[in-house]
Design a protein around this ligand. Structure first.
Ligand SMILES: [Zn+2]
Length: 276
């Protein structure tokens, strides 16, 4: 699923293609391509060093975060990564650029990527499974999950549990193609571009708290519900804003200006890790 994600993202503009091509050219990995026209998909191994992830070296080269610029950075087996390696991702995720300082040189590379992480529910992988029993102790499970810090969890807009697939589902023909899904994404994205035209931002994910106040308006009942949920779950303000942005996106995908209660409820379904 992670690998397929770039196929449903909007096409790159010429400027975006140029930007990606430049970064890949500096890294020396431009395989005879004159212009990269597809969104990058990068999936570094969990043994990756901080320097390789963020960029570095004597003459600082872009790291994986910059090679994934305007595309997808997929960290498979998220909890196998060194905890510090994950923590250093926090700033580039927020800033969408990375500064590398060496003696006499300061370099800034863009790194506006979509981060996808996957993890097992526990070390044995079967916690919560309906088919097999988990053999881990509570302590083992807690230690395992503690590798992902609260602030890091907070940075994921969408957190979903993916159940194992039954044999019948594998042979199910009713699978939507990327082309169909992309058409919906394109439509929602156009709506957002038009709405945010004067702010030079392109999507809901870039909304600042001030713009959220303006464009993510809830009716009284929905607002009260969300505020009591916020108190009960002891959410951070970052999580609160993310819930609103995702709800805004669900409304856009449904071609609705109003963020209805059902969209907020759906958005809350995508906060699976808060409950842990
Ligand atoms: Zn287990």
């Amino acid at each position: 699923m992670a690998k397929r994600l770039p196929t449903i993202l909007p096409d790159l503009s010429f400027e975006e293609s140029l930007e990606i091509t430049k970064i890949h050219s500096i890294s020396g990995i431009l395989n005879n391509e004159s212009l990269i026209s597809k969104r990058p998909f990068r999936n570094p191994h969990h043994t990756i060093t901080e320097a390789a992830l963020l960029g570095g070296g004597r003459i600082p080269k872009p790291g994986e975060v910059s090679l994934a610029h305007l595309g997808v950075l997929f960290l498979d087996e998220l909890l196998e990564f060194n905890r510090n390696t994950l923590e250093v991702l926090r700033n580039p995720i927020e800033d969408r650029k990375i500064n590398i300082s060496r003696v006499g040189i300061n370099i800034s590379y863009p790194c506006n990527f979509m981060l996808i992480g996957s993890m097992n529910p526990c070390p044995c992988g079967y916690y919560g499974s309906k088919n097999r029993e988990c053999t881990c102790t509570v302590q083992q499970r807690n230690m395992y999950r503690a590798k992902l810090s609260g602030p890091m969890i907070d940075r994921f807009d969408i957190q979903v549990k993916v159940p194992s697939i039954d044999y019948d589902d594998i042979n199910n023909n009713h699978i939507e193609t990327s082309t169909n899904i992309k058409a919906r994404v394109d439509k929602a994205r156009k709506l957002q571009q038009k709405r945010y035209e004067k702010y030079s931002i392109f999507s809901n994910s870039e909304l600042t708290p001030k713009l959220i106040e303006k464009y993510c308006i809830l009716d009284k009942k929905t607002k009260e519900f969300l505020s009591s949920y916020f108190e009960k779950m002891k959410l951070t303000s970052r999580a609160y804003f993310k819930i609103l942005k995702v709800a805004r996106t669900i409304a856009d995908l449904n071609n609705e200006e109003e963020i209805k209660m059902e969209y907020v409820l759906e958005s809350l379904q995508y906060r699976g890790l808060d409950k842990l």
